[in-house]
Design a protein around this ligand. Structure first.
Ligand SMILES: [Zn+2]
Length: 317
């Protein structure tokens, strides 16, 4: 099944298939949680299927059964051997050896490389040679979140296919059809997930909505100076801190916009100071994987409380 927010791109692919204009390589890009892998699987299955020449794979023929069982001899998936690791040159070499053979079951040969931006430099060079000698009825799908990490020589040899997040209303309505989550739980997570429906679903299932509600309550207490930074830092360090600070960044941005509309300059300035503290924390978290989370959160809370004291002094003087 094609996700509702990907129907347009799917129709474009089907047109290429019907008109026998499917490219040799597609760079499939988009933020996390849009269904890129599922889309790539559907493209490959559709080309390999023995029955359906104009639409989605039939799901019943010999080829589809092999594909669904993960054992189609004309389909190869290349992923890092361990999550988060690089794709190595040996994996691309094995692919090259296999690509030289003719298809055994279907008329096509398909390859998915995911995430293609995790190939190391040697793997990139090896893949480039493959792209320079395209074969008939062969489709390589490179799935990427960060295309800037791929060499331009590879990017320029692929047709780009960008998947985008749907309008918030589409995401909300789809999530409500799939689950019992309320709109009030869904909406605050939209910016954190870049509006990507599948990312939203996984965040909701992990209880992120409850965490965000708690962080909002804690943050309001912090702004009121009515909190103990040490005990609160212990609570927050259990969460995904980057997500928490990204959320606070969105929250303060909304407040700044609201206060600018009300021409409340002193308060806006105060919020800009808080914003700086949040950005400093995000920079620290992003720059190192080996960070002392409790200390970082404590420092953030103390700097917010100091900003609050400065603001009150300025306000009363
Ligand atoms: Zn089929």
């Amino acid at each position: 099944m094609i996700y509702p927010w990907l129907k347009t791109q799917w129709q474009l692919f089907l047109q290429q298939k019907i008109q026998t204009r499917v490219p040799h390589a597609i760079l499939l890009k988009g933020v996390e949680g849009l269904g890129k892998r599922s889309f790539a699987d559907q493209m490959a299955a559709s080309l390999l299927c023995e029955n359906n020449m104009t639409g989605e794979a039939c799901g019943h023929c010999h080829s589809c059964q092999l594909f669904l069982a993960g054992s189609h001899p004309d389909h190869i998936v290349i992923e890092p051997e361990e999550a988060g690791k690089q794709i190595k040159i040996e994996q691309i070499r094995r692919l090259k050896d296999k690509q030289e053979l003719t298809p055994t079951v279907s008329k096509w040969k398909t390859v998915i490389i995911s995430p293609a931006d995790s190939m190391n430099i040697n793997a990139n060079n090896s893949l480039l040679k493959l792209l320079e000698e395209p074969q008939q009825n062969t489709l390589l799908i490179l799935i990427v979140v960060r295309p800037a990490l791929l060499p331009i020589t590879i990017v320029s040899r692929c047709q780009k296919l960008t998947l985008s997040a749907p309008e918030p209303a589409v995401t909300i309505s789809w999530l409500q059809q799939q689950s019992s989550f309320l709109e009030s739980e869904i909406v605050p997570l939209l910016p954190l997930a870049n509006g990507a429906p599948l990312k939203m679903m996984s965040m909701l299932e992990q209880g992120v909505a409850t965490i965000i509600e708690q962080v909002d309550r804690d943050f309001n207490l912090l702004l009121a100076g009515d909190v103990n930074p040490v005990s609160l830092a212990k609570d927050w360090q259990q969460y995904d801190v980057l997500m928490v600070f990204n959320h606070l960044q969105n929250l303060i941005q909304r407040r700044i916009v609201k206060d600018q509309n009300e021409s409340n300059r002193v308060k806006t300035k105060y919020y800009w100071h808080i914003y700086d503290c949040i950005i400093a924390a995000i920079k620290l978290i992003s720059s190192s994987s080996n960070i002392n989370k409790v200390l970082l959160i404590e420092q953030f809370m103390v700097s917010v409380m100091n900003t609050d004291a400065d603001y009150k002094t300025a306000n009363y003087s």
